[in-house]
Structures are given as structure tokens and as C-alpha cells.
Design a protein around this ligand. Structure first.
Ligand code: KG4
Ligand code: ZN
Length: 344
């Protein structure tokens, strides 16, 4: 299949992003050249509220999108685009709509075809964006997609065929990081703050529960997650130990999440005789998680992949990669409507 340039737009949460990615190689040898990937973070705007305020996110996306498009057009001739792709869900509906409307207007102006993309597929394919990786002979693969809104484990038979083995039954891992950070009076977003604090603490200081790990021993293996109980244990611990070291709490909480994610991914990889395992989503930015999971997977003789740091948290380049796979498979088009509940 010939080379195609995809301009992608991502506004599902609090990052406004536009990317242009040159895609080639087809399903068996996909190649992505990220020509531009501009991400404008709104952290400073939402920080005083301790989380993302959907209508503020919408306002900022509306402000940022034309500016980012202008910057993109400086580096790339927009006329050379073959497709425009936009995230339609899951995410915050007011935020999603800004991207969808902007993409529709751009498609009309440029007379280019427009496609809707699933944000979670974007995270899944973010692993393919780094050119130096060797993706030969990696299937079956276990893919852990761990973000602020979702936590799931997929069994991938190929780059385009997968089955969901499990997902969170309550809070997502990133959400738990954000909520525990708030309990520790750390600013939003909590994940990077907990990671910083955890570096100064002892991960074995407090034995927090490892939710649903026992279920791995069951005959029918259970790859679901539950982080709400862990979050509540941290709350009770802080209530009962007002003088506890915050760094120890952060490190012990982080270790509990890492143990659950790593052991479930490893166990699934063994059960399904996977040749590799992958990690993606915002939580995959956590260096301790990446290293512990990498060691566990590589020690079991399998390959391990995690996206380059610029592609862990929300970005439009990953949306372009997912759009390319959708095009290759001739997947039925998604509606141009914000859909906060769409899944993969
Ligand atoms: O994928 P993402 O950017 O947005 C969603 O699709 O949800 O993920 C954001 C989540 C937030 O909950 C954030 O706290 C978490 O990823 N996160 C981290 C780290 N960086 C971001 N969690 C743990 N450690 C990090 N370094
Ligand atoms: Zn995301």
C-alpha cells in the first residue's frame, strides 16, 4: 500500500493535539513517520480545581486548535494530507465535540476525507510509533492499556485482531493515582506527582491490598482489575496514621498498583503463550512500572514494549496510527459524534 499522510486531532480530555504522520507498509510491516506532533497541555488551567473541568477543557481546546493548526502548517503543507482523523471517544463529551467540529470544518475547507477514531485504539497503537522497534515475530502478544479512564488487558493475535481478557470493574489505574494524590495533597495530575514522591519513599513500608490478584489462581483466570478498594485502604491508612510519611504512602500505593498490573500481564502472557507483552496509556509513563514490568516479562523470555515517552499520555500521533490500521482493515466508519462510552 502506498504512503499516506494522516492529519490527526485529539481533544478527548485536557490535552489539545494535532499531528501529521506519514504511514506506510500495510498491516504486516506498518511504518510510521511522525512529521509533526504538537501537544498543548492544560494542566495549569485545571490544577486549581484538582481535576479536569470539562467546560474549561472545551474552552481551551477551541482556543488552542487554530493556533496548533497554524504551527502545524508551518512545518507541513496541509494540501499534502490524504486523510483527517479525529478522536470521537471515549473521553469528555464537551471536549470531544470541539475536536470533531474543528475536524469537520477542516475537512470541508481542504476537501479531504474525514474519519472518526477510538482513543483507546490510539493508546494501543502508540507502541508502533517508535521507528527503532522490531515488531517481527511478536504475536500472540498481551497488551495492557492503562490510562486515566481505562485499564484493560488484551490478547492480540495480530496487530488487528484481539480479544479483551479483562478490564477494571471500578476505578481505572490512572484515576486511582489521581485520587490518592489528592488525599496526599499533591497537585493534579496525580500520576507524575505520586511517582516523584514515591522515589523518596519505601515501597515496602505499608502492605496495601493487591486487589483481585488472588483471582489469578482461580481455574478460570480472571484478568479484571479493581482499584477502588486499594484507594479506600489508603484513605483509612491516612485517617489512622495522621503522621505517616507521605512518601512511604505514595511508594507503597504505587507498588501495589505495579504488582497487580505486572502480575496480571505476566500471568496472561504465560497462559496464552505470548511472545511479547506491551504497555500503553498515560500510566505507562511511570518509569518504575515500566522497568518492573519489563524485567518480569523479559525474565520469562518474552519481548516487552512500551511507547517512547512523548507517546504515553494523550497525543494525536497515536490517533493517526490507529486511523491507518482502521483504513487498512476497511473498518466500518465511526459516527462523527462524541461517544464517551465507546470501547475496543
Ligand atoms: O492516557 P492519558 O493521558 O489520558 C486518558 O486517556 O485517560 O492518561 C492520563 C492518566 C492520569 O490519570 C495520570 O495521572 C496518569 O495517566 N499518569 C501517570 C503518570 N503520568 C500520567 N500515572 C502514573 N505515573 C505517571 N508517571
Ligand atoms: Zn488517553
Amino acid at each position: 500500500m502506498k504512503k499516506i499522510n494522516i492529519l490527526a486531532i485529539e481533544t478527548s480530555c485536557d490535552d489539545t493535539s494535532i499531528a501529521v504522520v506519514k504511514c506506510s507498509g500495510g498491516v504486516n510491516a506498518p511504518k510510521f513517520e511522525v512529521l509533526s506532533n504538537i501537544v498543548s497541555s492544560q494542566i495549569k488551567i485545571h490544577r486549581p480545581f484538582g481535576g479536569v473541568v470539562p467546560n474549561l477543557a472545551k474552552r481551551e481546546h477551541i482556543k488552542n486548535l487554530p493556533k496548533i493548526l497554524k504551527l502545524t502548517a508551518k512545518n507541513f503543507d496541509i494540501k499534502k494530507i490524504d486523510y483527517i482523523a479525529v478522536t470521537v471517544g471515549p473521553g469528555l463529551e464537551p471536549a470531544l465535540w470541539t475536536g470533531i467540529t474543528f475536524a469537520q470544518e477542516l475537512a470541508k475547507k481542504t476537501n479531504k476525507p474525514l474519519m472518526g477514531v477510538n482513543h483507546m485504539k490510539g493508546h494501543l497503537y502508540s507502541n508502533w510509533l517508535s521507528p527503532q522497534k522490531n515488531f517481527k515475530n511478536i504475536f500472540p502478544s498481551i497488551s495492557a492499556v492503562v490510562s486515566g479512564g481505562h485499564t484493560m488487558i488484551l490478547l492480540m493475535q495480530s496487530s488487528t485482531k484481539w480479544k479483551k481478557l479483562g478490564e477494571t470493574i471500578d476505578d481505572a489505574a490512572g484515576e486511582a493515582f489521581d485520587k490518592v494524590a489528592r488525599m496526599l495533597e499533591l497537585p493534579y495530575p496525580g500520576g507524575p506527582e505520586i511517582e516523584k514522591s514515591a522515589m523518596l519513599g519505601n515501597p515496602n513500608a505499608i502492605k496495601f491490598p493487591r486487589p483481585l490478584l488472588g483471582s489469578l489462581k482461580d481455574f478460570q483466570k480472571n484478568y479484571n482489575f479493581s482499584f477502588s478498594g486499594l484507594k479506600t485502604s489508603v484513605l483509612y491508612y491516612l485517617r489512622d496514621h495522621p503522621n505517616a510519611s507521605k512518601n512511604d504512602v505514595a511508594a507503597s500505593f504505587q507498588q501495589a498498583v505495579i504488582d497487580v498490573l505486572t502480575q496480571k500481564t505476566l500471568s496472561a502472557a504465560k497462559q496464552y503463550k505470548a511472545k511479547s507483552a506491551m504497555l500503553s496509556g498515560g500510566v505507562s509513563a511511570n518509569k518504575t512500572l515500566r522497568e518492573i514490568m519489563r524485567r518480569a516479562i523479559e525474565n520469562s523470555g518474552k519481548k516487552f514494549f512500551a511507547p517512547s515517552f512523548e507517546f504515553n499520555t494523550d497525543n494525536a500521533a497515536m490517533i493517526a496510527a490507529a486511523a491507518y490500521f482502521d483504513l487498512l482493515q476497511k473498518n466500518p466508519p465511526l459516527k462523527f459524534e462524541a461517544d464517551s462510552n465507546i470501547t475496543i
